[in-house]
Design a protein around this ligand. Structure first.
Ligand code: CP
Length: 317
């Protein structure tokens, strides 16, 4: 695999899940595969799980790892072509990317929605430049529109806990004080549909996601109705996608917080969230601390998902 920016790029999801289970049981079986290979992880914003789990995954495969925090310690990077570089940005991404590529064998990139323009964010300008100019296979560690390593970990976690072939999975919007990207919910919807789950998406009016990601899911503005009979509740905040409201916070209704009363509507559902999570905004303390909360095993599966993808990419070098 030469590029991994969406779960749809997996040649076969079920085969990838089989590989993931093998990786989980035998984390050090492929130490030779990564010997003398270097992964460069480039972060344009903060991260705890992606940073640590991807490093751990690369180390499990015997790789060397370098991490670059673009906003801490590197030259400030200009991303737009054609601008007169008389601001505080000392280097252009178009030189920086091939230089980075010359130091490594694989590149992981975390870019992020800027919320200046939907077209620019959904065009994935930064990620696409890495793919075009680095000369190396590139994998996404979350981009403006998707978070495929998270999604693969989420699907693996559901597969490990489901008790029916086609569980009802409810992805629900929940309130948050700041504008967050649509990357995780877009990507989760894409993955849950690819996995064949009965996916219901509940969000307030004005928060419908890009249909490109949700086609095939049931979308509703009634959270209680959605939660009835759910086997998994996947909570997430996202900012508005549509119309002139792109990237805006339109609603902070705490009636959407996932509480024990809300979970009581479900089929004793498991609770999931990609983390980091704002307690008592997205989810109440008792729900996230309950025995049905999967947030820690879900985060632990991030090592497995990253290792599965790195392994597939290393094989094709
Ligand atoms: N879930 C996730 O990607 O977490 P980080 O932002 O901490 O990497």
């Amino acid at each position: 695999m030469k590029e991994f920016t969406s779960i749809r790029q997996l040649p076969d999801l079920q085969e990838a899940l089989r590989e993931a289970r093998y990786v989980k049981e035998h984390p050090f079986a492929d130490q030779e595969l990564g010997r003398n290979r270097t992964a460069l992880l480039v972060f344009f914003n903060n991260s705890l799980r992606t940073r640590l789990s991807t490093q751990k995954a690369a180390m499990n495969l015997g790789m060397n790892v370098m991490v670059l925090d673009v906003n801490q310690g590197a030259w400030k990077l200009e991303t737009r072509r054609g601008v007169i570089m008389d601001s505080d940005k000392s280097e252009h991404l178009l030189e920086a990317i091939p230089v980075m590529g010359s130091y490594c064998d694989l590149i992981g990139v975390r870019s992020f929605a800027q919320f200046e323009s939907r077209e620019e964010d959904y065009g994935e300008t930064v990620l696409r430049q890495f793919i075009e100019y680095s000369g190396r296979p590139v994998f996404s560690m979350e981009s403006a529109t998707r978070h495929p390593l998270q999604t693969l970990a989420d699907i693996l976690t559901i597969e490990e806990h489901k008790s029916s072939a086609r569980p009802k999975v409810v992805m629900t919007w929940a309130p948050h004080p700041k504008a967050l990207p649509q990357a995780v919910p877009n990507s989760f919807a894409e993955g849950a549909l690819l996995a064949g789950y009965d996916l219901v998406i509940a969000n307030p009016e004005g928060y419908d996601l890009d249909p490109e990601f949700t086609r095939g899911a049931t979308v509703t503005h009634n959270q209680d109705e959605a939660l009835e009979g759910a086997d998994f509740v996947y909570a997430k905040n996202w900012s508005a996608y549509g119309g002139d409201n792109y990237g805006k916070v339109l609603n902070r209704d705490m009636g959407w917080t996932v509480t024990a009363e809300k979970m009581a509507l479900t089929n004793n559902a498991f609770f999931m969230h990609c983390l980091p999570v704002r307690r008592n905004m997205i989810v109440s303390d008792d729900v996230i601390e309950s025995p049905r909360s999967l947030v820690i095993p879900e985060a632990a599966n991030r090592v497995v998902s990253a290792q599965t993808i790195l392994k597939m990419m290393l094989r094709d070098l």
